[in-house]
Every structure is written in C-alpha cells, then in structure tokens.
Design a protein around this ligand. Structure first.
Ligand SMILES: [Zn+2]
Length: 203
C-alpha cells in the first residue's frame, strides 16, 4: 500500500523591497522577500513543520539574492519580517491527531484492565483466581484462591501491595504469598464484596 505523503511549502509572509537592485541583471524593479515554512503531510494531513526559511529573489530574473550582499538598512527590515512571521498551528495537525489517538488507546487499555477485574463471579470461584482487596485507603493487595472446599475458599495472602486497584499485573508479577492459609466462606466473601473491601480478578 502506498501512503500518500510529501512536503508542502506555506508562505507565511512576503513583501517587495523596491530599493534592492539585482546583482545578476541589474534590474531596479526590486526584489521579493518571502518567509515560508515547509511541512510534511501524511494522507494530506500536515504533520510535522520545519524551520522557517527566508528567500530573496529578483522580480525580473527570478534569481536568488543573498542577504549578506545587501546593505544593513535593507537587511534589518528583512530580518524583522522573518522573526515576526508565525507559522500556523495546523501545520502540526497530524501530530495532534497522533497524540489524541495515543491518549484514547491508553484510556482503553486501562478500561480493559477494569473489565478483567469485575469479570469473576463470586458464585463460581476457581482455583487460581485472585481476589483483590483494599488494604487501606488507596492501597490494594490480593489473595490467591488456593483451594475450594464446598462453600469455603482457602486463600493465601499476597504480601505485595499496589496503589492502583486495577493494576492486577503489578500485584501478580511480584506476588509473594504468605505461608498462612486463610479460610473464607462464600457468604462472607459476598458480604465483604458488598462492603467494597473485596474486588475480583481472574488473571
Ligand atoms: Zn535580476
């Protein structure tokens, strides 16, 4: 697939200086001064802009005139024209779009983790499930469901904690299990869940 892309030059500012005499053809019609900025476009969307460029050329023969060959009194207004010329923000449109898309993707990635955390059914827990619980305000840890006996879960506490409840992978990557096995009935689990102390996770 060919992606339509390329460069485009945008004139930011221009004027004619009639006092400039062309060194190539000696024309006295003056010179055109042009400040421009080039941008790169992808799918016709301007994405990256380059530095401003100054161009001085003879109106008559179109040849380039060097800034340094001009008198100081002619150079100063030209340099001012260049520094005052502002490139429009839209020359970066593509960059803004890319930033926006990246932000949206990041938000959806986090939503994905949220969805995993609420998937687990408390009526049907499995060995290997993790129960996320609130240790204290803004601090979360997990329990591993190590065994199930009728309506009682055998749990082992993770000694690692995280400050984000949905970042289950942070907890599981560094998971360090306590040697003590805790028993918890499904009824109590339901209660703790309603109180907002337990969340569920199925890795
Ligand atoms: Zn000329």
């Amino acid at each position: 697939m060919i992606i339509p892309s390329g460069f485009r030059r945008l004139i930011l500012s221009e004027k004619i200086d009639e006092t400039i005499c062309c060194p190539h053809c000696n024309s006295t019609y003056g010179a055109r001064i042009e400040v421009s900025r080039m941008h790169f476009h992808v799918f016709w969307i301007p994405t990256l802009a380059y530095r401003k460029r100054l161009r001085i050329y003879c109106i008559e023969c179109q040849k380039k005139i060097k800034l340094k060959t001009l008198r100081d009194s002619q150079q100063i207004p030209i340099l001012n024209l260049r520094s005052k010329a502002r490139g429009p923000w839209w020359q970066f449109t593509g960059s803004f779009i890319l930033l926006g898309l990246t932000a949206i993707i990041l938000v959806f990635m986090n939503l994905g983790e949220t969805a995993t955390a609420v998937e687990l059914s408390y009526e049907d827990p499995n060995v290997g499930d993790r129960l996320i619980y609130k240790v204290s305000e803004g601090k979360y840890s997990s329990y591993l469901v190590e065994g199930i006996e009728s309506d009682t879960l055998k749990l082992r506490r993770n000694l690692i904690s995280s400050d984000k409840k949905y970042y289950i992978n942070d907890l599981l990557e560094g998971e360090k299990l306590d040697s003590i096995i805790v028993k918890l009935s499904l009824k109590d689990l339901k209660q703790l869940r309603e109180e907002g102390i337990f969340y569920a996770s199925r890795p």
